[in-house]
Design a protein around this ligand. Structure first.
Ligand code: SAH
Ligand code: SF4
Ligand code: F3S
Length: 436
């Protein structure tokens, strides 16, 4: 019996990749992907719980599936990802119509669990952790991947850093690295099927230790023919080794861009966050990266309103932002997560104050982003074309090695190719140019 499956995905790129893997596993077991919620026989919510808002959204989206279940009692509703891991069987107390809860280490069993589920049998909850994560080695079928020319790859999962505010170590488990041979084999396979860009994923990629160090892994990927670009996310400042910094100078394919979260510019707050670096060491890292590669571009994550964040501490964060001049920032207001160390602290910055600090920070960053973009007018960049614009049919868009988005005149035939583009205009979040 063929079943239609629809997956809703929330959260980080890890979850995007996990969903691609689930579609592939299910396609091998008689399921077909559909965009229609109505038509679906299996609906999977792949969730994120990094902030309370994301957690609540997952549960309210589950709630919205109830009418579908009433209309079609054979519908299978499954929840996967970080909310599934965090809440486990508690989900069933609130939503007894949920059929399957699968945690972050059990993803590889999705097809088997769905297929073995007999009508009318009770719910299945599988949230145990294990020492190896088989889903890391699953290669999604190309039709479920983001695009033919960019391949996301897991190189590790989990985190041992225990930043005091963060739930990830509890929902993704301890840090586990994938064997480098499996990674290289996958890269070769992607290269053979036309991938130009390899995007390595993990919660903390620069502490990778799957038989090679992270710089050694990058070197080995750099040697694989057909690949033009290598990117990775996320890195932790405390694990930025000299060898890794040198890679930005020595490896041709490694893009001159890094996402390097700093979270706060205040040493008191960084200490309370258990980040294991100071604002001085972070700024010196940025300097060393710029020395290694003068045209290096930066983005980061930052948080406001961590417990005890004084006005001065907040100003220290703004000062760091002004010094580095990131191309872009992902900024959040602190959200208390159950079971974390920071949840024992008094959440003493009022919601109003958090919102005001966040708005002000975003305003400052907006100005820096546009100024950085303006400085690129007149320069020529290599753009790997991702697609045609949804608003202007005769326009295509893609990314430079520095990760800027560039729009220029062109047609669908350019998708997946690299074009040299001269920048003519700076927009708030992108550039416009002309092919040269
Ligand atoms: N492993 C990555 C990503 C972690 S989650 C890293 O270490 O950077 C992505 C971002 O969400 C974090 O960088 C942090 O800025 C933010 N975040 C994590 N926990 C949070 C919390 N409790 N409240 C607000 N933002 C949080
Ligand atoms: Fe969370 Fe810190 Fe690990 Fe990132 S490094 S996932 S913020 S605990
Ligand atoms: Fe969210 Fe889990 Fe990713 S909490 S950010 S989906 S690792």
């Amino acid at each position: 019996m063929k079943r239609y499956v629809k997956i809703f995905t929330y959260g980080c790129q890890m979850n995007d990749l996990d969903s691609q893997k689930m579609y592939s596993l299910l396609a091998g077991h008689g399921c077909e992907a559909t965009d229609s919620t109505k038509k679906a026989d299996v609906i999977i919510l792949n969730t994120c719980s990094v902030r309370q808002k994301a957690y609540e959204k997952a549960l309210s989206n589950l709630g919205r599936l109830l009418p579908y279940k009433k209309r079609k009692p054979s519908l299978i509703i499954a929840i996967t990802g970080c909310v599934a891991q965090q809440a486990g069987s508690h989900i069933l107390e609130r939503m007894p119509y949920v059929d399957i809860v699968i945690g972050t280490h059990q993803l590889h069993r999705i097809a088997e669990i769905i297929n073995e589920k007999a009508p009318g049998s009770g719910p299945v909850v599988e949230t145990s952790f294990s020492d190896c994560i088989p889903s890391l080695d699953i290669i999604p079928e190309s039709r479920f991947r983001e695009s033919g020319h960019r391949s996301y790859l897991n190189i590790m999962q989990g985190c041992d850093n225990y930043c005091s505010y963060c739930i990830v170590p509890y929902v993704r488990g301890r840090e586990i690295s994938r064997d480098y041979r499996s990674i290289l084999q996958e890269v070769r396979q992607h290269a053979a099927t036309g991938a130009k860009e390899i995007f390595l994923l993990g919660q903390n990629v620069n502490s990778y230790n799957g038989g090679r160090t992270f710089p050694q892994l990058l070197q080995a990927i750099d040697d694989i023919d057909g690949i033009e670009r290598i990117r990775f996310t996320t890195s932790h400042p405390k694990d930025m080794s000299d060898d890794l910094i040198a890679c930005f100078q020595t490896l041709d394919k490694l893009c001159n861009y890094i996402h390097l979260p700093f979270q706060s510019g205040s040493n008191t707050v960084l200490k309370a966050m258990n980040r294991n670096y100071t604002r001085e060491t972070y700024l010196s890292l940025i300097d060393r990266l710029r020395s290694s590669r003068p045209d290096m571009a930066f983005s980061a994550d930052v948080m406001v309103g961590f417990p005890g964040e004084t006005e001065q501490a907040y100003q220290d964060t703004l000062d760091l932002i002004e010094r580095v001049r990131f191309d872009g920032l992902f900024s959040f207001k602190y959200s208390e997560r159950p079971g974390t160390q920071a949840a024992t602290l008094v959440d003493d910055v009022s919601l109003e104050e958090k919102l005001a600090r966040l708005r002000n920070l975003q305003e400052i960053q907006k100005q820096i982003t546009i100024e950085n973009n303006r400085a690129r007018i007149g320069e020529i960049f290599e753009v790997l074309v991702d697609g045609t614009s949804s608003r202007h049919e005769e326009q295509v868009y893609g990314r430079t090695r520095q990760n800027s988005i560039v729009n220029f005149t062109g047609d669908h035939s350019l998708v997946g190719t690299t074009v040299r583009v001269a920048i003519t205009r700076a927009n708030p979040n992108s550039l416009t140019g002309e092919a040269v």
